[in-house]
Design a protein around this ligand. Structure first.
Ligand SMILES: Nc1ncnc2c1ncn2[C@@H]1O[C@H](COP(=O)(O)OP(=O)(O)OP(=O)(O)O)[C@@H](O)[C@H]1O
Ligand SMILES: [Mg+2]
Length: 341
């Protein structure tokens, strides 16, 4: 893995379109690299952009480009199902505890996919993608990942890994596990004095270890993805030349600073000037004011400007047009991946 590009910004400014356009262009410029376009927006729209059904499976979009709109819940559910099964097996084997009729219900309620924070679910999923684990295609290891993120507020929850959220889940699970373990010990002692224990302690210990390892692994997943985003992640904020989305990217810059390096700003959907269109020219001159402000606010960063195209940039060709509008026709991949000003 060389680089993870993350596109963020206010709703509707063109994050998904620019992510997809960038992915298409990079796949052309770098035929020997494997590229993944992944949507972390709950309201996925990669399928619309490529006019192809993408969904929750890795879908080839060109020879070296794949897309996915993951359903992090499905993966988290599979994962918690395994954890629940192990917990149940462990508890049902316990003397007394196993006889409590509510115990199964309690486990079912405690360990659900819903109790895992979305950020962690996505991290678990991202990790799965990065490891190319369980993927139908032959073990694809990606060189470049382009992540289309939801608008800022939701984007932050994706970055809040692992500092708070994983720790919460982990602490909660460990407390729960320890209290159960304590209970087993006490109950076993009591029983040992009365009758010979009929359960297999060795097997229980093994199961306990497995559960513990699963929880630790959960934390590691969160941590690994955080480190990766920190090391090779590159945030690009998308705005249009208007006040609300400009305000939003300033906020996004401040909120994401500790998680990911900001490397560029896209000013999208600039209204082109036109000889016979006074309205366009008025819009354009209003936008120029904001373009100037954006440039001065993000002085040290690469600024890419793109006009509003006449046609919606969809399908591979539409997206390529948008990519050339953004990066120019002479662009090389290095200037997209590691932009210099
Ligand atoms: N430069 C452009 N020229 C013309 N149309 C554009 C351009 N960029 C984006 N669009 C169109 O604007 C609309 C919004 O774009 P897009 O879905 O990429 O935004 P988004 O920021 O991902 O939105 P959301 O926050 O809802 O995910 C789409 O219909 C897209 O085709
Ligand atoms: Mg989008």
């Amino acid at each position: 893995m060389e680089k993870i590009l993350v596109l963020g910004g206010k709703g509707g400014v063109g994050k998904s379109s620019i992510s997809a356009a960038t992915a298409v262009l990079l796949s052309d410029l770098l035929p020997n690299k494997k590229i993944l376009l992944i949507s972390f927006d709950m309201a996925h729209n990669l399928s619309d952009l490529f006019q192809l059904e993408i969904n929750n499976k890795l879908t080839p979009l060109s020879r070296n480009l794949w897309g996915i709109e993951p359903d992090a819940n499905i993966y988290a559910e599979e994962y918690t199902k395994e954890l629940i099964q192990k917990m149940k097996t462990l508890m049902i084997q316990m003397p007394i505890v196993g006889m409590i009729p509510q115990i199964e219900k309690f486990i079912d309620k405690t360990f659900t996919a819903n109790s895992i924070p979305l950020a962690l679910k996505n991290a678990m999923f991202f990790q799965k993608i990065l490891d190319a684990e369980d993927i139908n295609t032959d073990d694809v290891q990606f060189d470049i990942v382009i992540a289309d993120f939801p608008p800022t507020a939701n984007m932050i929850t994706l970055f809040e890994i692992p500092e708070d959220q994983v720790k919460v889940v982990l602490k909660y699970s460990l407390n729960f596990y320890n209290s159960i373990k304590g209970a087993i010990r006490n109950v076993s002692k009591m029983w040992r004095n009365i009758i010979k224990p009929f359960d297999d302690r060795e097997q229980r210990r093994e199961l306990g270890k497995e559960i513990f390892n699963m929880i630790v692994e959960l934390e590691k997943r969160g941590e690994r993805i955080s480190d990766l985003i920190h090391d090779i992640g590159s945030l690009r904020l998308v705005t249009i030349a208007e006040k609300p989305s400009f305000e939003e990217i300033k906020r996004a810059r401040d909120l994401t600073e500790k998680y990911i390096k900001l490397e560029g700003v896209h000013i999208n959907m600039i209204t082109p000037e036109a000889k016979k269109c006074d309205f366009c020219n008025i819009l354009h001159s209003n936008q120029l004011k904001y373009i100037k402000e954006i440039k001065s606010e993000f002085k040290k960063l690469k600024i890419w400007q793109s006009k509003r195209l006449k046609e919606e940039p969809i399908g591979i060709n539409g997206l390529k047009k948008l990519a050339y509008e953004i990066y120019g026709v002479d662009i090389n991949a290095e200037n997209i991946l590691n932009p210099k000003i």
